[in-house]
Design a protein around this ligand. Structure first.
Ligand SMILES: *[C@@H]1O[C@H](CO)[C@@H](O)[C@H](O)[C@H]1NC(C)=O
Ligand SMILES: *[C@@H]1O[C@H](CO)[C@@H](O)[C@H](O)[C@H]1NC(C)=O
Ligand SMILES: *[C@@H]1O[C@H](CO)[C@@H](O)[C@H](O)[C@H]1NC(C)=O
Ligand SMILES: *[C@@H]1O[C@H](CO)[C@@H](O)[C@H](O)[C@H]1NC(C)=O
Ligand SMILES: *[C@@H]1O[C@H](CO)[C@@H](O)[C@H](O)[C@H]1NC(C)=O
Ligand SMILES: *[C@@H]1O[C@H](CO)[C@@H](O)[C@H](O)[C@H]1NC(C)=O
Ligand SMILES: *[C@@H]1O[C@H](CO)[C@@H](O)[C@H](O)[C@H]1NC(C)=O
Length: 471
């Protein structure tokens, strides 16, 4: 599936310059198409909203719950949102967004608990006058599956935040992607008749996407069952994710927890992610990423890549993953690149990680390929300066606990292993580590012992500078 990102991002990018315009038009031309919404908004407030509040000014609504009047507090119900799980509350959310966005001081868009707000694919667009707090204590949900999804709305993304300069998405509520019917589409792996995979467009929405935005915090929420990725951050700076829980079934296709791309200054802390694909995936153009105290699994582990597809350049550097647990997962910590790419993955530390019954706890795969017919190529994304420190636990013996498959033309260099102890989860058959063209050192003895790393620096690396990322 990831094979298509490249095309997708181009397509999605184009769409962006269409949809925000439409979104804006809608919020200013209510009367045209939704009389019912109008009446909710301007005359009688929904019967469930209490205490009754005066008709909303663009930037005034319920008093703040915490007694802090310095923020403008905008309850979505005072913009006509009903929250009965059936009514389309999209317009109310857009109006609340516009009011918040135009507010001179930091505004809170408040989504109260005990309600289920159904909203369509929507782009919340900035830049805004001040920071925005989107506080979700209730439940947000999209239409239920592809048949309910209106034809004229994007099927690639559901909630999008675009060109926002400071925002926090918080609360004790739930964002429920209602992914089941998307996962069951016959174009999804083995979901066609008799376990086949049918061809055809298979777009499914990413639940929450931040695009070209900075200074973002996501905190406290539960996000579940996204039709596709749960979070995607692309072209963002300064992202802080903390104390969130992401859940989707182990067999749900392509439901990555948090995907980042062309994004830097990322912190992901104290979170729990179980899903059917990567827990966190780090794409091209990411640097300064710190992941700490997360629990992953079931799923596909923490992944850098895939990088370099369609001969693209990928630069990834200064990535730290530490104090974390990976359990019942296909991979632990993985770096995967396609043949034919360029650029480099440099300066990665995986430390203090506990593995529990993981199939490939430590893996570098520079031959990543989704079909059988990928040809060998002479260029590759450089992989160097990778430290694995204090990685302990158990692996599933179907594959080697350490697997370093590096490019023929561009070997991996300066891999360091320190305090790595991996035991079979079942039985006492030990699988040998696998190395191919991997240069590195052991700082301590490892379990199982690794004797396949090459010493020193390969001649090809001494001769020419193939790292196209360093400037
Ligand atoms: C109100 O909020 C502001 C900024 O969010 C904070 O600095 C201030 O301490 C708060 N005041 C009270 C009384 O909580
Ligand atoms: C999609 O069509 C519906 C019904 O005609 C309309 O209300 C809605 O505004 C349209 N949405 C977009 C994003 O074009
Ligand atoms: C599914 O497999 C069964 C038994 O092999 C066969 O009779 C049936 O025609 C197949 N259905 C389709 C749609 O291929
Ligand atoms: C947002 O982040 C940028 C750096 O990306 C920083 O210069 C700016 O001060 C931040 N803005 C706010 C409002 O925090
Ligand atoms: C680690 O994250 C969990 C939530 O997953 C939290 O309960 C715990 O307090 C965190 N530990 C530290 C040291 O922050
Ligand atoms: C590609 O290279 C790998 C590693 O050298 C080798 O095992 C494989 O046979 C090659 N494949 C082709 C199609 O040449
Ligand atoms: C090897 O990688 C480590 C980080 O894992 C780094 O600190 C060190 O400087 C690198 N050594 C060389 C010779 O680049």
């Amino acid at each position: 599936m990831k094979y298509y990102y490249f095309y997708l991002s181009i397509l999605v990018f184009c769409i962006f310059f269409k949809e925000p315009t439409q979104a804006r038009l809608h919020s200013h031309s209510q009367t045209k198409h939704n009389k019912r919404m109008e009446s909710h908004n301007h005359q009688k407030l929904s019967y469930i909203s209490q205490p009754p509040s005066p008709p909303p000014e663009p930037a005034a609504a319920n008093p703040p719950q915490n007694g802090n009047w310095s923020d403008v507090n905008l309850d979505v119900r005072s913009f006509g949102a009903v929250g009965d799980g059936k009514t389309d509350d999209t317009e109310a959310f857009k109006m609340a967004w516009d009011a918040a966005c135009q507010s001179d001081s930091s505004a809170v868009i408040y989504v109260p608990s005990g309600f289920f707000f159904m909203i369509q694919s929507t782009i919340f667009t900035g830049p805004c006058q001040a920071g925005i707090v989107f506080k979700v204590d209730g439940t947000l949900e999209p239409p239920d599956g592809p048949d309910e999804w209106p034809k004229n709305y994007s099927r690639r993304q559901w909630l999008v935040f675009y060109r926002i300069n400071q925002m926090s998405l918080t609360g004790g509520g739930v964002i429920d992607g209602r992914g089941q019917k998307w996962w069951d589409l016959p174009c999804k792996p083995h979901k066609g008749h008799n376990g086949t995979t049918l061809p055809g467009p298979c777009d499914s929405p990413i639940a929450i996407r931040f695009f070209m935005s900075n200074n973002l915090t996501v905190k406290g929420l539960r996000i579940k069952n996204s039709p596709q990725f749960h979070f995607r951050f692309d072209n963002c700076r300064n992202v802080h994710v903390e104390s969130i829980v992401i859940t989707a079934p182990a067999l749900s296709p392509n439901t990555d927890g948090i995907h980042i791309e062309n994004t830097n200054g990322v912190e992901i802390y104290n979170s729990v992610i179980s899903n059917g694909d990567d827990c966190v995936s780090i794409g091209a153009g990411c640097y300064n990423v710190d992941i700490r105290n997360i629990t992953c699994g079931p799923g596909h582990g923490i992944s850098i890549g895939s990088l370099g597809n369609h001969n693209s350049q990928a630069c990834v550097s200064n990535i730290k993953v530490r104090d974390s647990v990976i359990k019942m997962a296909d991979n632990g910590v993985r770096i995967k690149t396609w043949q034919g790419g360029s650029g480099a993955v440099k300066g990665v530390t995986f430390s203090d990680i506990h593995m529990d019954n993981v199939r490939n706890p430590i893996i570098i795969d520079q031959f990543y390929c989704l079909t059988k017919d990928c040809t060998n190529k002479t260029s590759a994304v450089v992989v160097s300066d990778i430290l694995y420190s204090n990685i302990k636990g158990t692996y599933n013996i179907r594959s080697p606990p350490m697997h370093f498959a590096c490019s023929d033309s561009v070997p991996c260099t300066n891999l360091t292993l320190s305090d790595v102890e991996l035991l079979p989860a079942l039985g006492d058959v030990v699988s040998d580590p696998f190395c191919w063209n991997a240069y590195g050192v052991l700082q301590t003895l490892t379990i199982p012992p690794v004797s396949c790393l090459l010493e020193g620096v390969p001649r090809s690396m001494l001769d020419n500078d193939i790292d196209s990322c360093s400037t």
